[in-house]
Write a protein that binds this ligand. Structure first.
Ligand code: FAD
Length: 497
């Protein structure tokens, strides 16, 4: 695993010399979850027409069937849009950002600019596909062509099928079939660009005020700003850094919560600052047979499986896929849910994960599994409550990956993951944070505890608690659930189905 120079760095100077604005009839590139310049099939296809471009992004909060972006994703979007805009401006173009119903705004934009065609990437969920079909048909009625290509996944989800022509429901079988297919190589950025001039008053009443994407009262994003820099170049830097330092020992490193052993590419992949094909190719070039690289590719495979499942099973984000879980006696407890959200459950490793999420907009994958299992099993709270909280607070919130992983952790019917796999948070902490670095970083009020006491302070001796300055109910909460009782309650609920 070594460094890779991403292709998009290469012919940038050449392109800026060639970028210019022309007033011939334009074509529109509609950016969505693909906020990048390189390996962008829709941008390539539009450029190949030879017509000048209009680049647009629409923040559509008006279509209830589509998932609204959460707060952390909006913060990220602000940075991603400004990064894409500055890339386009280096090529003498710009990015138009609008707010409103895409169904209305895309045809209207085409009409007002007398555009010839609109280019975009396919989306996965049935509701998104239906919206795209409606827009394509409205454009068609106006005499405007539309063209969609695959730009956010490695393969068209219809391409991976069982011998009987069905879709796979279990990851291992899916992954085996997937690997027998060829993943297309990523595209270089377009070499010749021309842009259509945009009058200031164009759709002026629908212009997105991008500052509204940022939190103000209160400004909760300080931790996000300190942790992340959205952008295409930063995405490639993360990839290079990972290949250089962490890829070789990823097999072990990806589970160590106390150190940075993973790529942290997820928010860049979610916003499309880097494409999965670029990540795939980088790994292939550096030797996909290394143990670390092989495991990393299979994680990219899980991302693909999530998108694939969302495509074939649109109920994934809303309904437990295992039918019997429709009758699961989930508990409703605002108090427990709030304690979980705030990282005040009294179970140190769970609190560490939830506080990392709140502060940075990201949580280690192992911690996501631990806090997810704790919520749905020990607290017996519906996985959809956890999914909604993650959707609002994660910078990498992704409709498919979030829902699939929540159903996987909850054991409600995705893949072969059973409900009765209940993580013991103490044992998970000892195993994957053996020195307690992760807990000490995020739950500093416990940092003077040593050994097992750090993982289960409720079993610590009075004098050890006193020496470490821990007073239950004052400096740190008592556990909101007894782990054994919570586990037994979950198993009883499961058996009742
Ligand atoms: P790495 O370990 O470096 O992996 C590289 C890439 O592979 C990731 O960026 C991601 O795109 C993909 N990947 C890795 N693990 C998974 C996985 N289990 N499922 C799907 N893709 C994976 N990931 C999201 O991108 N968005 C979400 O909303 C999301 N919600 C999750 C909710 C729960 C309850 C759990 C258990 C996991 C969730 N994940 C989600 C998956 C995973 O936790 C993150 O992708 C990963 O932690 C991101 O960090 P990284 O980029 O350093 O990952």
């Amino acid at each position: 695993c070594q460094t890779l120079s991403p292709s998009y760095h290469s012919n940038e100077d050449q392109m800026s010399a060639q970028g210019h604005q022309t007033s011939a009839s334009p074509v529109i590139v509609w950016f969505r979850e693909d906020l990048r310049f390189s390996d962008h099939p829709a941008l390539q296809a539009a450029t190949a027409t030879g017509h000048p471009l209009i680049c647009v992004y629409v923040l559509d909060d008006e279509t209830p069937a589509l998932h609204a972006l959460g707060g952390a994703s909006r913060w990220w979007l602000h940075g991603a849009l400004s990064d894409l805009r500055s890339t386009l401006s280096r090529h003498h173009g710009t990015l138009l950002t609008l707010k409103g119903s895409a169904e209305k705004l895309i045809p209207q934009l085409a009409k007002e600019t007398d555009a010839q065609g609109v280019y975009w990437h396919h989306r996965l969920h049935q509701k998104e596909r239906e919206q795209d079909e409606q827009i394509a048909s409205a454009l068609d009625k106006q005499g405007v062509s539309s063209e969609a290509s695959w730009g956010t996944v490695l393969l068209d989800p219809k391409q991976v099928q069982t011998k009987e022509g069905r879709f796979y429901q279990v990851f291992t079988a899916f992954w085996k079939a997937f690997q027998s297919q060829d993943v297309p190589v990523p595209l270089d950025p377009p070499a010749h660009l021309s842009f259509h001039p945009l009058p200031d008053d164009l759709l002026s009443k629908y212009r997105l005020d991008e500052t509204t994407l940022l939190p103000t009262h209160p400004d909760w994003a300080a931790g996000l700003r300190a942790t992340w820099e959205p952008g295409e170049r930063e995405a490639h830097e993360h990839l290079e850094d990972f290949l250089r330092h962490d890829c070789a020992r990823y097999g072990k490193g990806r589970d160590e919560m106390g150190r940075e052993g993973t790529s942290r590419l997820s928010p860049y992949l979610a916003s499309g600052a880097i494409s999965p094909r670029q990540v795939w190719e980088a790994i292939q070039k550096k030797g996909a047979h290394d143990e670390g690289a092989r495991i990393f590719l299979s994680e990219i495979g899980w991302r693909e499986f999530a998108k694939y499942t969302l495509f074939h099973q649109p109920r994934l984000p809303d309904v437990s896929l295992g039918q019997k879980f429709g009758k699961m006696p989930w508990r409703k407890s605002e108090q427990d849910l709030t304690a979980w959200q705030q990282g005040r459950t009294g179970v140190p490793v769970v609190d560490a994960g939830m506080r990392q999420l709140w502060k940075t907009g990201w949580m280690h994958n192992r911690a996501r599994m631990i806090v997810g299992s704790f919520l749905t099993k020990h607290l017996l709270i519906d996985w959809r409550q956890g999914e909604a909280w993650f959707r609002d607070t994660l910078v990498d919130a992704d409709w498919a990956s979030n829902a699939m992983n929540w159903q996987w952790v909850a054991g409600t019917g995705i893949d072969a993951s059973p409900f009765f796999r209940i993580f013991n948070p103490t044992r998970q902490g000892v195993k994957f944070d053996p020195d307690g670095d992760y807990i000490r970083q995020w739950v500093p009020e416990l940092k003077k505890l040593s050994g097992k006491d750090l993982f289960e302070p409720w079993n610590a001796k009075e004098e050890d608690l006193e020496r470490a300055g821990v007073t239950f109910g004052k400096t740190y909460p008592r556990p909101i659930v007894d782990l054994k009782e919570g586990r037994d309650r979950a198993m009883a609920a499961f058996r009742s189905l």
